[in-house]
Write a protein that binds this ligand. Structure first.
Ligand code: IDP
Ligand code: MG
Length: 137
């Protein structure tokens, strides 16, 4: 079984879309192994997105991700990483396929409702960033 990290981002929590997104996750057959609502300081958001530190949108992204509560969720399923990316849709909601989370709930390329790990290896690293083993069912 493969694991991936989902984060319901501050825009989606603020807009009360967390419940709808969790329903989509469960309908798609993912098992939720861990979930919590937290607010992270700028420094923690900066560390999580360290790989993007040279990108022009980095500081905007870091302030956004620390602007309010987020809900990190550990998902498990066969092919979890790729299947969650498919359900999320493209980074830019204007390019996201009909019925995807971002098409439904994202407002812009930056404020795009959810995160998904981009590889199995990064999934492991990102799960460990937010959860201790003892927090996972
Ligand atoms: P992904 O979330 O689809 O994997 P990445 O390229 O890894 O997209 O970018 C990480 C996050 O950075 C995006 O989800 C989005 O919140 C933000 N981001 C990406 N590109 C832009 C941009 O051009 N402007 C503002 N924010 C962006
Ligand atoms: Mg990414």
């Amino acid at each position: 079984m493969e694991r991936t990290l989902c984060i319901i981002k501050p825009d989606a929590v603020r807009n009360n879309n967390a419940g709808n997104i969790i329903a989509m996750i469960q309908k798609a057959g993912f098992k939720i192994l861990g979930m919590k609502q937290i607010t992270i300081p700028n420094a923690v958001a900066g560390k999580f997105y360290d790989v993007h530190k040279e990108r022009p949108f980095y500081s905007e992204l870091v302030s956004f991700m620390s602007s309010g509560p987020i809900i990190p969720i550990v998902l498990e399923k066969e092919n979890a990483v790729a299947d969650w990316r498919t359900l999320i849709g493209a980074t830019d909601p204007a390019e996201a396929v009909e019925g995807t989370v971002r098409r439904l709930y994202a407002t812009s390329k930056g404020e795009n409702a959810v995160h998904g790990s981009d590889s199995v290896e990064n999934g492991k690293i990102e799960v460990a960033f937010f959860f201790a083993d003892s927090e996972l069912a």
